[in-house]
Design a protein around this ligand. Structure first.
Ligand code: ATP
Ligand code: MG
Length: 392
């Protein structure tokens, strides 16, 4: 029996005017991810069909389960749109299974087919009952549910449904910039942003020699984990050390984190303007640390006029950690290399910073010049699905 993978779009189908664009983007993303396989893709407005070589099935499923914009997928058997062929395929399929109750559900996309959907289900049900002994139809709680989808050219029959990643295809929104630290929260924030269709690039602030090269490697590793959900990510690595050292020299120790964060936002804003990124994304979570009280967030956010999205703002740490485990970033994130925000943390970081005082402290050094230098000396690494260390 011939098989194919049937993809259902889910939430995309609510996007009436944009449906074509969403499906086109999803197709492009699937084609890109499956470029190493011998597949043929056919799509219409309600489903996508992937015809494949049987030996690749497991690997293909492993790939498509992480593609956003797929609501569900099925491994379906294909027959001609002809009631006798459909009946013999359904029978062949069910003969291989052990069960006591079943139900057939038919969807007739091709209205010229001579039988209605309930008539097809009834006819197929009768055929099964006649040929397999000791089984019954149970329309409420069947052990085996057989789905039959009839189109003009071919009919798809499947028993199993798998949940896809949901969301929108990456690329249905423009590019945005993720502030990626080596922690647990920001990779999760990036994953959730991509799930809404946002195309990501990242910025990481390194503070060598205060932080190690391993901290930088860790962020590269996290980017490699995130690139699984997209085609490529440009990772901007900014040397934050000179700015950080000036902040320590000139600010009240309790304000250093507030001012560091304002400098990070300023640099990120410049990178956004230079690359036309439409939004800034980060892993801030309300109340998690002193710099993430609503007062702190206001004082920090004050340096940018860009849209800032904080996908994990309202999640508990436990919920964030659960997602991190699911997307396989957790084990990398908990590696013990320090980040520039975690070294020299003051004993009592201010939780209700004053905007006026923050401005006074930072005006005591020429941060514009240091920011310009940091941007001019920034390293950009393009991470793709085939990236390896020696590409740097
Ligand atoms: P995470 O929040 O990712 O677990 P963290 O706890 O070290 O890392 P926080 O101090 O909570 O980071 O900072 C909040 C957010 O600010 C991070 O989620 C990240 O988006 C951004 N950020 C912090 N430090 C850096 C850095 N060195 N480079 C890039 N972004 C950073
Ligand atoms: Mg955090």
């Amino acid at each position: 029996m011939n098989r194919l993978i049937l993809i259902k779009y889910g939430e995309l189908t609510t996007k009436k005017g944009n449906r074509n664009f969403f499906i086109k983007t999803l197709t492009k993303n699937i084609e890109h991810k499956l470029s190493n396989f011998d597949v043929k893709i056919k799509k219409d407005l309600s489903r996508m069909c992937i015809y494949f070589n049987d030996c690749d099935l497991k690997k293909i499923i492993d790939t498509i389960k992480d593609i956003f914009g797929i609501h569900a997928y099925h491994v379906a058997y294909i027959t001609n749109t002809n009631i006798d062929d459909i009946a013999s395929t359904v029978l062949e399929l069910l003969k291989e299974k052990k069960f006591k109750t079943f139900k057939i559900e038919t969807k007739r996309g091709d209205k010229s087919f001579p039988l209605s959907s309930p008539e097809v289900s009834k006819k197929l049900g009768g055929h099964i009952l006649k040929n397999i002994p000791n089984i019954n139809v149970d329309v409420h709680n069947p052990e085996v549910l057989v789905k039959v989808e009839i189109t003009a050219t071919e009919t798809y029959i499947y028993l199993d449904s798998y949940k896809g990643s949901g969301g929108y295809p990456v690329g249905t929104q423009p590019r945005a910039l993720l502030m990626l630290s080596g922690g647990i929260d920001s990779p999760v924030a990036g994953y959730l942003a991509m799930k809404r269709g946002i195309k990501l690039d990242c910025v990481y602030f390194k503070a060598i020699p205060h932080t190690s090269m391993q901290a930088r490697e860790k962020v590269i590793d996290l980017t490699k984990k995130l690139v699984k959900y997209t085609d490529s990510i440009n990772l901007h690595i900014v040397n934050f050390t000179p700015i950080q050292e000036e902040i320590y020299k000139t600010s009240d120790p309790n304000y250093v984190i507030t001012i560091m964060r304002r400098m990070m936002y300023r640099i990120a804003t410049k990178i956004m303007e230079n690359n036309s990124y439409l939004c800034l994304i980060n892993g801030e979570s309300v109340g998690q640390v002193a710099s993430q009280t609503l007062t702190s967030m206001n004082v920090i956010n004050n340096v940018t006029n860009k849209v800032v999205i904080r996908p994990v703002a309202c999640l508990d740490k436990i919920e964030i950690m659960d997602i991190a485990r699911k997307i396989d970033t957790y084990e990398t994130s908990i590696l013990p290399y320090e980040d520039c925000c975690t070294i020299f943390v003051p004993k009592h970081p201010v939780i209700n910073p004053s905007l006026k005082l923050s401005i006074e402290y930072e005006n005591s050094f020429d941060y514009d010049k240091l920011i310009e230098e940091a941007i001019n000396n920034m390293e950009v690494i393009k991470i793709t699905n085939n990236y390896n260390k020696f590409d740097i």
